[in-house]
Ligand binder design. Structure first.
Ligand code: K7E
Ligand code: RUQ
Ligand code: CUA
Length: 636
């Protein structure tokens, strides 16, 4: 590489360690050059998804999913407000932990990205042609949608498990342990995904005992058709003080035969349950979201249908539950265990055939630990959380307590290498690490606590990700980069798989928005009682109409702004003085709507907020607001 930095790092080799200099060259992406991978990172408590380039760690975009975003009006514009509607009203915030790229034949296909909302149980879908949230589905009978979204190898289902068991159908219940055991359930939702459109619908729910589903993965290859969850409250205790939840030596991996469950649903064995949840979707022609209320869900009872769920004992409070690229090995990570158990899919199936059960738990068969066990990784580190794979037979596990990544061999369960992380790692991610064909090359640590990695910024410090190379025998730290919000899981995909499908602008002739103005001649202001529709256009470098009179205090004014540009990266913005909401950022060819209800008479300037040309400053206008009942005529 002929970059200045690379040259400098070569000179430094003698003084510094060779590793340090090499690291700089490996992450340096020269000005004007593209990164190798897109890295989609969960935003945790900021409810958004951020997009970074790897290996540079450069922040490319924030995609609002479950949080309103004033920057582009997501959740503020009339078109996007319905995306955040739920059966409990408008919920413009959430806690976003996990992401799943859509898959075909167990590989990322670059079509969609699914994201969970942990707090108000929802799953969102982002279209990777536009990097926009296009669909959000609420989940009934769920509380703490944590084990979500995880995906089957042909995107047949996105699966969402409840971490906080709750009484189904939003019933109230006393909170003592006996009431908990009786009333509280953990639900696994199987969300069907339409092959062509990506549209989601809850196909069925499996109602499990209240044992708290924490994380999960789908089987692949030979284990395709199965799905595995970790649980950490098989005591079914209503309080998780250590005396309660960790009484037992082992919790469970819950193995669900979803192919079988599907058959039962087809055979009419599922029960219809009355419920209410929202399904919000952006219409592709109008670019306007609408909510649909769904009042029924199909449920399956594993106590009744004996062969859809099996339990595998797993040492002490498992968190991560991961399946290797071959689909043969299932790794459970007991947070409080001093070992990592690795289960074998073949042995698990044989155990079912041989009825190698140690008993039943709430009517569900429990397989003997030894019967399903491939082996244990002994003394790997403290506090194992999550495991990813490089496709060369190695696994990489994050250890929260000992703050490190440990590389070990799946076949012989030997620890091969370990590197410290700074400081407390949660998830880690190998690009493609959850697929049948990981891309390998890097592992990224997403850390919880940063301390001294960056310039201090008051009591809260920047969250941190760290990039390590894994293509040699030894892992090597290459780069620190700060992240937005608290990152949990992330996914990465080679840029080649999606960069050329990016939508550059929308065809104005296909704009079916009901209030679109296809050209400046179509602009107008229409009063219907106290509702006023302003049909406005934006094109370099004017807003049409620009001066509007005849509006009265208390009118509901809707500015429907159509961006007439037909060129890449020429959005226009729209904001008006004193409007108590955000701006609009309107993509070329699109129409967006800002609602404004003036509360005082006066003159309100409005303008384009996005620098769009040398005459950007000229994109402005005035709204005259008169007292209620005034006789100033409508004029523009
Ligand atoms: Cu381990 Cu919510 Cu995936 Cu965070 S969870 S780290
Ligand atoms: S103007 S280029 Cu507000 Cu000085 Cu921005
Ligand atoms: Cu349009 Cu600035």
């Amino acid at each position: 590489m002929a970059s200045a930095l690379a040259v400098q790092s070569c000179k430094m080799k003698s003084a510094e360690s060779a590793a340090g200099g090499d690291a700089a060259a490996r992450t340096y992406v020269a000005p004007g050059k593209y990164d190798e991978l897109y890295n989609f990172v969960s935003g945790g408590f900021n409810g958004q998804v951020s997009v970074y380039g790897l290996p540079s760690g450069r922040l490319l975009k924030l995609i609002p999913v479950f949080s309103v975003h004033p920057e582009n009006g997501y959740g503020y514009s009339e078109e996007t407000k319905p995306m955040l509607e739920t059966s409990f009203g408008f919920v413009p915030w959430d806690d976003q932990h996990h992401l799943a790229l859509s898959q075909t034949n167990g590989e990322h296909d670059g079509r969609w990205l699914f994201a969970n909302a942990n707090n108000t149980p929802r799953v969102g879908r982002i279209d990777l042609k536009t990097f926009k949230t296009v669909e959000i589905i609420e989940l009934p009978n769920s509380g703490g949608n944590h084990s979500s979204p995880f995906i089957t190898e042909n995107t047949e289902y996105v699966i969402a498990g409840t971490r906080f068991a709750v009484p189904i159908a939003n019933q109230e219940s006393a909170l003592d342990n006996d009431s908990y055991k009786k009333n509280f359930k953990s639900t696994a939702s199987f969300i069907g995904v339409d092959k062509n459109t990506g549209h989601m619908s809850v196909s069925f729910q499996i109602i499990l005992p209240g044992m708290d589903l924490d994380l999960s993965r789908a089987g692949k290859g030979p284990s395709h058709g199965w799905f595995f969850f970790s649980t950490y409250n098989t005591e079914q205790a209503s309080t998780l003080l250590e005396v309660n939840a960790s009484q037992k030596d082992k919790d469970f991996i819950v193995a669900v035969n979803w192919k079988k469950a599907e058959e039962y649903v087809k055979a009419g064995k599922a029960k219809k349950m009355a419920t209410e949840y929202y399904h919000n979707q952006l219409n592709e022609e109008t670019h306007t979201a609408a909510s649909e209320v769904i009042r029924e869900v199909l449920t399956l009872d594993p106590e009744e249908l004996k062969d859809i769920v099996y339990l595998i004992p797993c040492p002490k409070s498992p968190h991560g539950c991961d399946v290797d690229p071959s689909g043969e090995y299932i790794i459970g990570s007991g947070k409080l265990a001093a070992l990592i158990p690795v289960f074998s899919y073949q042995k698990f199936i044989k155990a079912i055939e041989d009825k190698a059960f140690e008993g039943e738990y709430n009517g569900i068969p429990v397989i003997k630990y030894e019967a399903a066990l491939h082996g244990e990784v002994q003394k790997p580190g403290l506090g194992p959380l999550h495991t990813e794979f490089d496709g060369k037979g190695n696994a990489y596990t994050s250890f929260f307590v000992s703050s490190e990544i440990v590389k070990w061999s799946i076949k012989d369960l030997k620890v091969l290498d370990r590197v410290p992380t700074y400081y407390s790692i949660g998830h880690l991610m190998v690009p493609g690490g959850d697929t049948r064909k990981p891309y390998g090359k890097y592992v990224v640590a997403y850390n919880k606590i940063t301390k001294d990695r960056y310039l201090p910024t008051g009591p809260e410090l920047a969250q941190s990700a760290q990039l390590y190379s894994i293509d040699g025998d030894k892992m090597q730290l290459l780069l620190d980069f700060p992240t937005i919000g608290e990152p949990h899981y992330a996914q990465a995909i080679p840029a080649e798989k999606i960069k050329d499908q990016s939508v550059k602008f929308y065809d104005i002739n296909k704009n079916k928005h009901p209030y679109a103005s296809p050209g400046e001649k179509a602009t107008k202001v229409v009063r219907e009682g106290n509702v006023v529709h302003v049909y406005m256009t934006a094109i370099r470098s004017h807003l049409t109409p620009d001066n509007i009179e005849g509006i009265q205090v208390g009118d509901e004014v809707y500015f429907h702004v159509t961006n007439l540009e037909q060129d890449w990266d020429i959005p226009h913005g729209f904001a008006i003085k004193h409007a108590p909401n955000a701006e609009l950022l309107i993509m070329p060819g699109e129409t967006s709507t800002l609602k404004f209800v003036p509360v005082k008479p006066g003159v309100y300037p409005f303008y384009c907020t996005d620098f769009c040309s040398a005459l950007h400053q000229e994109m402005q206008g005035y709204l005259r607001v008169s007292p209620k009942g005034s006789n100033v005529p409508l004029k523009w």
